[in-house]
Design a protein around this ligand. Structure first.
Ligand code: C2E
Ligand code: MG
Ligand code: MG
Ligand code: MG
Length: 271
């Protein structure tokens, strides 16, 4: 009905929808301010190599240090940034900050940055990544970009071309949250990923669920023969770690080794 009435349609809007739209609008303005005032920061969580038991790299996870609301988590603002298009600036900020900060680490570990599928709609994405590398002086081999399966679901041909151009810069590409989306083995044929990140839901269920364990086993088995690295996400207990080692996972990430920390408190060595 609202649609048919043309110019009068706003009169028929549900008051709650209107409130939600207004909330989104004010959040958008807040987020714009946050960008300009440098309230968007990166926290770093260690990724541990199974072979050496050392920290081989970090995942950069965004936090919004909000003056009134304290620390705002990404799930509370990334979706709004995606809806409003601000994700292009937020994403560029993450790339620039991560490259600058990692370039100063004495240990030369890698840094992984999450890319939103929306960022692939920007034809300048490859240029933005290239500039972040050039401006910071970070060696491209030390940058990893994490994407989710949805990037391969929509505009897959053009997005795969973009992934190839990114890889040509010398960076690595990881497939994040593997197993949660529309996981298709075909994806692994369409592009040679450097790493698969096993979603934490499988790691957390592995102890009680034969299905979850079988899926972890299938992913590590397949990755092993394709020479793709596997990071298990959300490792919280020694029992999970032992099981994942037995399955031949190459890397681990989770609270067992350390929570994401601000750059100044980055975990440099494991206890
Ligand atoms: P993700 O990329 O899958 O990141 C892993 C998430 O798991 C992080 O949540 C991390 O804090 C959490 N985590 C790590 N270890 C454990 C554990 O042992 N147990 C549990 N329960 N959780 C653990 P976080 O930081 O809240 O980020 C959530 C999601 O927000 C990320 O999931 C990613 O999709 C997105 N995100 C974060 N930063 C950015 C960013 O800069 N850009 C974009 N586009 N997305 C981002
Ligand atoms: Mg990630
Ligand atoms: Mg993940
Ligand atoms: Mg996740």
């Amino acid at each position: 009905e609202a649609k048919r009435n043309g110019r009068n349609r706003y009169e028929y809007f549900h008051p709650e929808l209107d409130a939600a739209a207004r909330r989104r609008r004010s959040m958008e303005m807040d987020l714009r301010t946050a960008l300009h005032l440098g309230q968007l920061q990166l926290y770093y969580q260690p990724i541990v190599d199974n072979g050496s038991n050392q920290i081989s790299g970090y995942e950069a996870l965004m936090r919004w240090q909000h003056p009134g609301n304290g620390l705002v988590m990404p799930l509370d603002f990334i979706p709004i940034a995606e809806e409003t298009g601000l994700i292009h600036e937020v994403g560029a900020r993450a790339l620039n900050l991560a490259c600058q900060e990692a370039a100063s680490w004495p240990g030369k570990q890698t840094v992984a940055v999450n890319l939103s599928p929306v960022q692939f709609k920007n034809s300048d994405l490859v240029k933005i990544v290239g500039l972040a590398l050039a401006d910071s002086g970070l060696e491209p081999e030390r940058l990893e970009l994490e994407i989710t399966e949805s990037v391969l679901l929509e505009n897959s041909e053009s997005n795969i071309d973009t992934l190839k151009e990114l890889k040509a810069l010398g960076v690595s590409i990881a497939l994040d949250d593997f197993g949660t989306g529309y996981s298709s083995l075909g994806y692994l044929r369409s592009f040679s990923f450097d790493r698969i990140k096993i979603d934490k839901s499988f790691v957390q269920d592995m102890g009680e669920s034969r299905e979850a364990l079988s899926i972890v086993r299938a992913i590590t088995g397949m990755s092993g023969s394709l020479l793709i690295k596997t990071t298990a996400e959300g490792v919280e207990t020694d029992a999970q770690l032992e099981q994942l080692k037995a399955e031949g996972c190459s890397h681990f990430q989770g609270y067992l080794f350390g929570r994401p920390q601000p750059a100044s408190e980055r975990i440099e060595v494991l206890e």
